[in-house]
Design a protein around this ligand. Structure first.
Ligand code: PEP
Ligand code: MN
Length: 396
């Protein structure tokens, strides 16, 4: 019997209240300048080819959810923190570190539940600043397509600061500035991503214009789904998040869809299994993918499999679990003779209190400076300490 092709309804999309406003926003985005250009995405693809081949490490990090309003100080501190971490890793592993921010576009969030209930009141979940607001009111939680225009402006302004700050060593001698930095986000909101694709006149290939590297999240990585179809249609380097339930056949299907030509640097798998599962679940995945001949990059996200609710009610993550998942990830790759290609973190350069267990943050400190509108981030001290500890794995 022939397989019936059903039109796939994209997962995790907001319920836009007004189709006309949505059309107007899509047309405005189509007529707007992109955030990045194909030449830069091609350069990142070459850098990620080195990661896949064991000649470089990837350091990817930033907010879980960027806010539309951000400050120069915030952007500067994030870049500076990533830069310090990159130096520590580079010096110990003796490899170049490719720095990629979760930055200038990370405004849309997948949610495990479409609705949230507090004190008997049920409202739509917060889906990121490009969709609605985090405040628990009906007005804030109503999806507004105009927010995509504001997100595009915020991304452009943030990228402008990245371009101004990166590569310029004008600051104080102990300000770290990477020489090169790329931006990335989850390609979730198809009404935002699709109108901002652009054809490269040099090659005729289509590129996403919103970021250099785009990824599909754990909830939208169905090989037959709309998000993978979108990523398959753009020439940027792409990544896919993999949770503990990921099966080898799904990975092979993703390789077939996203990297049929086995282009070096095209595909990175970001594993987020949890500290308790990585040593058990990861080996078979890496083995099967390697046996297929695919040459993907492997990166560890030690955040999303290690989230729990603290006694204060805050969503948090423990530094030791984060470090343990990375350690397990390295152990698995060392045992298989494959390359542990890097780390993907939720982190900030500010001294927030969202994750516990290093830099003097305990459960009782969480209410003091919990500023994330979504998942908890490592603060500046925790991020640098983590890089120091991961650097220690180079010798082992
Ligand atoms: C995220 O990176 O914020 C996220 C939602 O991750 P995942 O898709 O891995 O759950
Ligand atoms: Mn997150």
């Amino acid at each position: 019997m022939p397989r019936l092709l059903q039109p796939t309804v994209p997962q995790q999309q907001p319920e836009w209240p007004d189709p006309e406003r949505l059309d107007e926003v899509r047309r405005t985005l189509e007529a707007s300048l992109p955030i990045v250009v194909p030449r830069e995405s091609d350069l990142l693809k070459r850098r990620l080819a080195a990661v896949a081949e064991g000649r470089a490490l990837l350091l990817q990090g930033g907010d879980c959810a960027e806010r539309l309003h951000t400050s120069l100080d915030d952007v500067e501190r994030r870049i500076d923190t990533l830069s310090r971490m990159a130096s520590l890793l580079s010096e110990s592993f003796l490899l170049p570190v490719v720095v990629v921010g979760r930055l200038a576009g990370q405004y849309a969030k997948p949610r495990s539940s479409a609705y949230e209930t507090r004190d008997g009141v049920t409202l739509p979940s917060y889906r990121g600043d490009s969709v609605n607001g985090p405040e628990f009111t009906a007005a804030a939680r109503t999806a507004d397509p105009y927010r995509m225009l504001r997100a595009h402006q915020a991304a452009a302004a943030t990228m402008n600061m990245v371009r101004a700050l990166v590569g310029h060593r004008a600051g104080s001698p102990d300000t770290h500035v990477p020489e090169e930095m790329f931006v990335s986000h989850e390609a979730l909101l198809l009404d935002h991503e699709t109108p901002l694709t652009r054809v490269d006149p040099r090659t005729g290939r289509t590129y996403a214009g919103t970021g250099h590297l785009l990824w599909a999240g754990e909830r939208t990585r169905d090989p037959d789904g709309a998000h993978i179809a979108f990523l398959a249609g753009v020439a940027n380097p792409v990544a896919v998040k993999l949770g503990p339930a990921a099966e080898p056949d799904e990975l092979l299907a993703l390789v077939e869809r996203l990297d049929p030509d086995q282009e070096p640097g095209r595909l990175t798998f970001v594993v987020r299994m949890g500290a308790g599962a990585v040593r058990e679940r990861l080996p078979l995945l890496v083995e099967k993918v390697a046996a297929s001949g695919a040459r993907v990059g492997w990166v560890c996200d030690p955040m999303h499999g290690n989230t729990y609710t603290a006694p204060t009610g805050h969503k948090t993550r423990a530094f030791d679990d984060v470090l343990d998942e990375i350690t397990g990830f390295f152990e698995v790759h060392h045992a298989l003779g494959t390359h542990p290609g890097g780390i993907h973190l939720e982190m900030t350069g500010q001294d927030v209190t969202e994750c516990v267990g290093a830099a003097g943050v305990g459960h009782e400190d969480l209410p003091r400076r919990y500023e994330s509108s979504c998942d908890p981030r490592l603060n500046r001290g925790q991020s640098v300490e983590l890089a120091r500890r991961v650097a220690g794995l180079a010798a082992g």
